[in-house]
Design a binder for this molecule. Structure first.
Ligand code: ME8
Length: 515
């Protein structure tokens, strides 16, 4: 029986340069949520992809001396390869040059037009190519070199004057505010929500939604010479993947999305423009938009356009995919900005993964291999200490679900590692190595309890460190079909006597390469 549907998306990345750590962070976070929901029995649909139209891409292609099409065909696979390398379990990698996406964008346009929300006029104002965004005079500052820049992002703006179609965004302010009020979870975290609400309260202007001075975009239906403003087509990607406009398609059960995971800089597009387009077109709204923070390289902002980009592939090579995933999700409270550095990554890996969890698994499983014939030992009559520890492990799924409702990924990991810490204290206090001679039955009980806690922990960490979790579950001989959240707890304990494979390290220590 298929579970409750859960649809999650990342933003789609501009492939105007190679993927950077911000792109990696976003797809890792979305993947952890997708995997968690799957583990909890949901019918998950998870999409990611590339945003390939617009002036920014056309200019990058011109600079590279090739056509935009050849340029995106070269770049988009790198984004897909990154998501695959990072073990992200997406169901569709959507490219906005995909034929079904062009059709979906044009269908959405036609619906907004039929509603009377699209009209032809002339745009005269400021545009940032780097942000692919229009700015009001009030949103600009003068840079030291005399040029004007967007205050929020620091990107240069240029004056644009051209014939353009407009979307009647101004007509949607009240409906948007009513929607935010009725759906307090629609925008998160709280700070982003407040920003959006005050932006909409200050009044909305109609939005220029087509361009005529270049042609790398989705053609506006019935309007030769006009291509869609890239954000109209980009946002549509979320419904293209769900089969739009064919609402009879089996894919359509995946809409509305439960969650758009995006960066904080693009909240306005997702929480203002996107719901307004959907309201106009008569399509259901996504349930939640969450603007995560930025990952900063030793506290400094990096971006493709600025050029201080760290290649996520080389981080995966240096530290391993699971440790990299663990680091970004544990270190940075989800929703806030965070910093990364070699030292911070190594200290997390060695402390949390190699020492706390890795050592506990290695020590207990090695003792079982040597002293219990390599089989799951018998727990016997549980002592109070065993019961107390097992109760903590058994409570993990509910604690994790509660933290996950707030998308507090770091808090889910903190809950799991609190149990790991408790298990380490238990192991040290019980001294199973000393019991070997004095009370072998009690030694077995301690090892059985430890193995059982490891089973719960391994199940819980699957969304975060999928490959290592799989190894640990294999070492505990947990069958593939018994690795869901629902399998944690008394009803599914490890069966005493089950043969275990030879133990091997799950999380190796990071050792500095010789200088
Ligand atoms: O904005 N840390 O694409 P993009 C964390 N195509 N996240 C970061 C980041 C950083 N340093 N830098 C960027 C776009 N991001 C549009 C989206 S969606 C219909 C269209 C995030 O390649 C950024 O906030 O500039 C965004 O969510 C995603 O990476 C892609 O950024």
């Amino acid at each position: 029986m298929a579970g409750e549907p859960f649809t999650i998306t990342t933003a789609i990345s501009y492939p105007n340069g190679v993927p950077h750590i911000g792109h990696a962070y976003e797809v890792i976070a979305a993947d952890a949520i997708a995997r968690f929901k799957r583990l909890d029995g949901c019918d998950v649909f998870f999409t990611t992809g590339t945003d390939e139209h617009g002036l920014k891409i056309q200019q990058a292609a011109t600079k590279a001396g090739i056509s935009p099409r050849a340029f995106v065909d070269e770049m988009a696979p790198r984004f897909r390869a990154m998501a695959e390398r990072l073990n992200c379990s997406f169901d569709r990698f959507i490219r906005t040059t995909d034929p079904d996406h062009i059709a979906a964008s044009q269908a959405l346009w036609r619906r907004m037009e039929a509603k009377g929300d699209i009209y032809l006029s002339k745009y005269a104002g400021w545009y940032s190519v780097r942000d692919e965004a229009y700015y009001d005079e009030a949103e600009l500052v003068a840079a030291p070199d005399g040029t004007r820049r967007a205050e929020k992002t620091g990107t240069p703006v240029e004056w644009v004057e051209e014939e353009s179609y407009f979307f009647r965004l101004s007509a949607y302010a009240d409906r948007l505010l009513a929607h935010y009020a009725a759906n307090p979870d629609f925008i998160g975290p709280e700070t982003r929500r407040n920003e959006v609400v005050s932006f909409v309260r200050s009044g909305l202007q109609d939005l220029s939604v087509s361009r005529t001075t270049f042609d790398w975009g989705v053609p506006v239906p019935g309007a030769p010479g006009h291509v869609m403003y890239v954000w109209v087509d980009a946002l549509t990607n979320y419904i293209t993947s769900c089969g739009f406009p064919d609402e009879g398609s089996p894919l359509w059960r995946h809409w509305p999305a439960d969650l758009h995971v995006i960066g904080k800089d693009i909240t306005r597009f997702h929480a203002v423009y996107w719901p307004a387009f959907l309201m106009s077109a008569g399509v259901a709204l996504p349930r939640r938009v969450f603007g995560h923070g930025f990952l900063l390289n030793k506290g400094e902002k990096m971006s493709k356009s600025v050029g201080n980009v760290v290649d996520p592939m080389s981080l995966a090579d240096a530290y391993g995919v699971d440790p990299l995933r663990y680091f970004v999700l544990r270190e940075v409270p989800f929703g806030q900005d965070g910093s990364y550095s070699h030292e911070a990554i190594v200290s997390r890996l060695n402390a949390d993964l190699a020492n706390d969890l890795g050592n506990l698994a290695q020590r207990s499983l090695t003792m079982i291999a040597r002293n219990c014939g390599g089989r799951v030992p018998a727990p016997g009559a549980p002592a109070p200490a065993d019961q107390a520890l097992l109760a903590l492990a058994d409570a993990l799924p509910d604690k994790a679900r509660a933290a996950m409702r707030d998308l507090a990924l770091h808090a889910v990991l903190a809950e799991i590692w609190a149990v790991v810490a408790e298990a380490n204290r238990y192991f040290a206090a019980q001294e199973p190595w000393a019991l070997r001679k004095t009370d072998p039955a009690r030694m077995e009980a301690v090892l059985a309890t430890t193995a059982e806690v490891l089973r719960a922990v391994a199940i819980l960490v699957q969304p975060f460190v999928p490959a290592a979790a799989e190894t640990l579950l294999d070492l505990l001989a947990v069958p593939a079909q018994a690795r869901r959240l629902a399998d944690v707890g008394a009803a599914h304990r490890l069966a005493p006597g089950t043969a275990l494979p030879a133990p091997r390290p799950v999380f190796p220590r990071f050792v500095e390469p010789e200088a």
